[in-house]
Design a binder for this molecule. Structure first.
Ligand SMILES: *[C@@H]1O[C@H](CO)[C@@H](O)[C@H](O)[C@H]1NC(C)=O
Ligand SMILES: *[C@@H]1O[C@H](CO)[C@@H](O)[C@H](O)[C@H]1NC(C)=O
Ligand SMILES: *[C@@H]1O[C@H](CO)[C@@H](O)[C@H](O)[C@H]1NC(C)=O
Ligand SMILES: *[C@@H]1O[C@H](CO)[C@@H](O)[C@H](O)[C@H]1NC(C)=O
Ligand SMILES: *[C@@H]1O[C@H](CO)[C@@H](O)[C@H](O)[C@H]1NC(C)=O
Ligand SMILES: *[C@@H]1O[C@H](CO)[C@@H](O)[C@H](O)[C@H]1NC(C)=O
Ligand SMILES: *[C@@H]1O[C@H](CO)[C@@H](O)[C@H](O)[C@H]1NC(C)=O
Ligand SMILES: *[C@@H]1O[C@H](CO)[C@@H](O)[C@H](O)[C@H]1NC(C)=O
Ligand SMILES: *[C@@H]1O[C@H](CO)[C@@H](O)[C@H](O)[C@H]1NC(C)=O
Ligand SMILES: *[C@@H]1O[C@H](CO)[C@@H](O)[C@H](O)[C@H]1NC(C)=O
Length: 883
């Protein structure tokens, strides 16, 4: 590392030397000199060789242009994502016509290579997504000819220097996703050519928006989101005549959005000021431009009404004003805009009705207007919108009957009309074959539960509680793979289908005294409907209230009980076992062992891996899964074998498994220190930082191995601190990985759903996409890293009581010194820089946008470079700055 920390003067001497000598060298020699200082583990530059017989213009990543009639000269070098590291040699500036150098997406770990300013023809320099560190020095001004400078996604720190203002030709400046600090100086007066300016994701900036940005008349895109901008949006921004995209979201901006802004910025396509503290009126002028597509003001404190003129924005696709204090009638014209896709207005005080003309919104996909004062009936027109997949309007005053076509959109997945005043019957639902979640709780619905609900193939949540529904529970509901089933407090009667009591769904049946079944007050011992004599009625109702209390306990503590109870009675002898290691264990041992511990720890009861002590005295870690019997036992064995073959120091060994028709016990090797989750929950959790960092690196390595190195590539899909075991040396080991392969996708989804409906380890996109990605694991990893950094458990015992950890941290880090405040006070101050670095990584991993999250191998590298024992950069750097 020490070699990367040379004095700038020395650097320029060296580069002058290179220039002098390289002027005499041929282009292939210059390229070979450049290559000599580069580490190229993938051999991506194998064509770069005199012996390959190819002309150097054909070498990988090289583009030439004819500079005379007989000579081709190298004009561009594009080595993006070649997995390169080592030193960026100034020798490259010996190429007199080099105008573009793209080294993005590599692993260069050094300060900004100022010596490249010697490349006299250089116009484009892209170093994005490397491990570049250190401050931006004043010598940056030597890059006077640069048109494109991309330093994004590195670890550049310190203040933005005034000297950048000297890069008069710049058209594109991206300093996003770095560790810049302080206030952005007035540097823009001379950067009149700028078309794109990106200072986003620099959470340590503490700055007002510089007023001279308004001088950038050619600017088309301005990205300041998720940085530390505070204060008001300056009026001077009216000067941004060409602006089409403005993103100021997730800052700490206050005051009003100047009305004049919208009237001046006539080319605006996207305007996002969400998640600030902006107040006052809706910025009506914003809609003056004809091109507006995205408008997002959500999570501020705007108040007043929204004028109907917004519906003149005929191209509008996204309209998000949720979580404000808006009131008055919701602009009726918005409902029928031809391009509108997303309408979000929840958590305001809007009134008004949904017009039948909503049928004209042919692109409408999502409506969320929960927690307002909407009234009126749900129009027939809504059912005609065939693109609608989410309609959520809970906590309003909607009344009347549900139209028979309310669920006719073939893509409809989520309907939430709970807490309204709907009347009449629930219509038969036939067309919404993709319906996942239906909540009609707390209305005045009557009649019986439609049979057709049982035919919806993916219905997982069904909440019909607090209505006046009568009649029996349709037997067809047994067909569903429900995770939650709630019909409490209705007037239902008859026998409860067996699987709704004994199976997976968390069933809520109380408040229906005429329902009967095993475990209920009335166990249906005789199949005839019972007749209570009137003197028994008082006793019965007393018993019923007792049953509520008992029922609540049963429901909370578990359908595990039922599950086990029935299994033990019905399925003894049906167990089969496969062991990859010599083990003496029966399923009875496992079940007894899991019972004893089932209430321990602070995490959810269902999601965890249990430590079980076998009668032989051995300890094993056990995970119980519900077997839906979708996989044949051959597939099951093959899949578990795939997992059992993994050998990595950070992945726990699978010792074997037992399975019956309805359960699978996976047996993992025991780890002495138990789960990380339990450790963090303990009030005396007090690990020193170096141990926490080692744990963080280990987990990241295990995940990176699953994602990239193991064949087949696997996703973990349920990473949380409870699923990370620690050995005697605190080396972490992942458990509970890739269970989707064992139980099948559908069953996995519903197991997860039943385990942790609102788990804060799940990436936000899990709510709306079925596509499973590595980035979701990265998000969960980020949450675990936040737990290590803050010393707080991610999932508090009382979830409603506090913010989830990601939100909690994000709120704090935006304020001055806020980042320091979230760190676990029990860790020594001397490690603070490292911990802040880890916090930064955790924040990247928990980015809302999946594509902004790093890969696990990037995380491993970044964490390793934090480790002060292997990396001297921080120390070297301070001496570097003194000169
Ligand atoms: C590579 O080839 C070029 C000409 O094709 C020649 O000038 C140069 O000396 C060679 N370099 C080496 C290291 O062989
Ligand atoms: C070389 O230039 C051509 C035309 O400008 C372009 O299509 C090609 O992608 C470039 N190749 C590389 C490796 O940059
Ligand atoms: C870079 O390395 C990763 C794995 O570390 C590999 O998947 C990728 O293909 C490599 N890229 C190139 C261009 O060799
Ligand atoms: C720099 O490279 C990155 C990574 O490939 C790319 O996303 C970005 O657009 C490039 N920057 C410019 C200014 O072209
Ligand atoms: C703009 O350029 C002029 C002349 O080159 C210089 O005097 C002035 O200081 C520059 N302004 C900024 C803000 O860099
Ligand atoms: C509008 O927002 C959507 C997602 O909210 C995004 O995919 C799209 O790129 C945005 N369009 C513009 C022009 O910014
Ligand atoms: C709107 O908010 C502003 C300040 O944020 C306040 O002065 C004003 O009274 C509020 N208006 C309404 C109607 O609540
Ligand atoms: C409903 O919205 C108000 C703000 O208008 C908010 O204070 C309240 O917490 C919300 N209620 C629910 C249940 O989300
Ligand atoms: C439906 O809305 C209610 C009230 O806003 C909310 O508590 C509940 O979680 C929602 N249900 C689903 C499944 O989204
Ligand atoms: C925003 O800035 C104000 C001071 O201007 C500060 O009091 C507040 O805590 C900050 N809020 C956040 C979320 O950073």
């Amino acid at each position: 590392m020490a070699t990367s920390c040379k004095h700038p003067l020395l650097l320029s001497l060296i580069s002058t030397f290179f220039l002098l000598t390289s002027a005499l060298l041929s282009e292939p020699d210059i390229l070979l000199t450049f290559k000599a200082s580069i580490k190229d583990p993938q051999n991506s530059l194998s064509t770069w060789s005199n012996t390959s017989g190819t002309h150097h213009c054909q070498w990988a990543g090289i583009n030439c242009t004819a500079t005379t009639t007989t000579t081709l000269s190298v004009t561009s070098l594009n080595l993006q994502s070649f997995n390169l590291s080592g030193d960026i040699s100034p020798a490259i500036c010996g190429l007199p016509y080099l105008s573009e150098l793209n080294l993005a997406g590599n692993f260069f770990n050094q300060p900004i290579p100022l010596h490249l300013s010697q490349c006299t023809s250089l116009e484009t320099l892209n170093l994005s997504n490397n491990l570049i560190w250190g401050t931006i020095l004043n010598q940056i001004s030597q890059f006077g000819n640069l048109k494109v400078l991309d330093l994004s996604k590195n670890r550049v720190e310190g203040n933005i220097p005034q000297a950048i203002g000297a890069l008069h030709s710049l058209q594109f400046l991206n300093l996003g996703s770095n560790l810049l600090t302080g206030s952005v100086p007035s540097i823009f007066a001379n950067l009149t050519e700028l078309v794109v300016l990106d200072l986003s994701q620099n959470t340590y900036l503490v700055s007002e928006i510089p007023t001279d940005i308004g001088k950038l008349v050619k600017l088309e895109k301005l990205f300041l989101q998720s940085s530390g901008f505070h204060g008001v949006i300056p009026n001077s921004l009216v000067g941004l005549q060409s602006l089409s995209v403005l993103d100021f979201s997730q800052n700490n901006l206050t005051g009003r959005v100047p009305q004049i802004l919208g009237f001046s910025l006539k080319n605006l396509v996207s305007f996002d000021v969400s998640e600030n503290r902006l107040s006052g009126f809706f910025p009506n002028g914003i809609c003056n431009g004809k091109y507006l597509i995205n408008l997002s003001l959500h999570t501020n404190v705007f108040n007043g009404t929204i004028p109907n003129s917004i519906s003149e924005c005929s191209r509008l696709e996204v309209f998000e004003v949720q979580n404000n204090l808006f009131s008055g009638d919701f602009p009726v014209g918005l409902w029928s805009l031809p391009k509108i896709k997303l309408l979000r207005a929840e958590n305001n005080r809007f009134s008004g009705e949904i017009p039948d003309s909503v049928s004209m919104a042919g692109q409408l996909e999502q409506v969320q207007i929960d927690n307002n004062s909407f009234t009126g009936k749900i129009p027939h027109g809504l059912g005609l919108v065939k693109s609608l997949y989410r309609f959520s309007a809970s906590l309003n005053g909607l009344y009347g009957e549900l139209p028979t076509n309310f669920c006719d959109s073939p893509v409809m997945s989520i309907v939430n009309l709970s807490h309204n005043a709907l009347l009449g019957q629930i219509p038969e639902v036939k067309n919404c074959r993709k319906l996942v979640s239906l909540s009609l709780a707390d209305n005045n619905l009557s009649g019986s539960i439609p049979e057709s609900l049982g035919e919806l193939p993916v219905l997982t949540y069904l909440d019909l509680s607090d209505n006046k529904l009568t009649g029996p529970l349709p037997q067809a509901l047994q067909n569903l793979k429900l995770a939650l089933f709630n019909v409490s407090f209705n007037q239902l009667s008859g026998r409860v289908p067996y699987s709704l009591i004994a199976g997976l769904p968390a069933s809520f049946l109380q408040g229906n005294p005429d329902l009967c079944g095993p475990g209920l007050l009335d166990s249906c011992s005789d199949d005839q409907p019972r007749h209570h004599s009137s003197d028994l009625t008082t006793l019965t109702s007393a018993l019923i209230s007792l049953a509520f209390a008992v029922g609540a306990l049963i429901i909370a503590g578990g359908f595990i009980f039922y599950h086990r109870y029935y299994k033990q009675r019905a399925q003894v002898g049906l167990w089969r076992s496969v062991f990859f290691y010599p083990l003496r264990v029966t399923e009875h041992d496992l079940m007894m062992g899991m019972d004893e511990k089932s209430a321990a720890g602070c995490g959810g009861v269902f999601g965890r891996v249990y430590i079980v002590s076998l009668p032989s005295g051995e300890l094993v870690a056990v995970k119980k899964l519900v077997n839906f019997g979708i996989q044949s036992s051959k597939t099951l064995k093959a899949e578990i074998k795939t997992l059992a073959k993994i050998r990595h120091k950070n992945i726990v060994k699978v010792l074997g498994f037992c399975y019956s028709d309805d359960s699978i016990f996976l047996i993992y090797e025991f780890q002495q220190k138990g789960s990380l989750g339990d450790l963090i929950c303990r009030p005396d959790f007090n690990l020193q930082w170096s141990v926490r960092l080692r744990i963080a690196i280990g987990i990241a390595q295990g995940l990176a191995y699953l994602h990239k190195d193991y064949v087949p590539h696997l996703l973990h899909r349920n990473l949380k601190s409870n699923n990370i075991l620690l050995d005697a040396e605190f080396e972490p080991k992942l458990t509970d990985f890739a269970l989707d392969r064992i139980v099948g996708e559908a069953a996995f989804q519903s197991t997860l759903a039943s385990e942790s409906t609102l788990s804060c380890y799940n990436a936000p996109e899990c709510k709306y996409t079925k596509k499973v990605t590595e980035q979701m694991d990265v998000y969960s990893y980020g949450v675990v890293l936040l737990e290590l950094v803050t010393g707080r458990p991610a999932e508090q015992a009382e979830p409603s009581e506090s913010l989830d950890i990601v939100k909690w941290v994000r709120r704090k880090v935006n304020i001055t010194n806020g980042a320091v405040q979230v760190l676990d006070p029990k860790i020594k101050n001397s490690s603070q820089q490292e911990i802040l670095g880890a916090l930064e990584i955790a924040l990247c991993c928990t980015s809302v946008m999946p594509e902004k999250r790093p890969s696990m191998s990037e995380v491993v590298r970044s964490l390793q470079s934090l480790d002060s024992r292997t990396h001297g950069a921080v120390i070297d750097f301070s001496s570097f700055e003194e000169h």
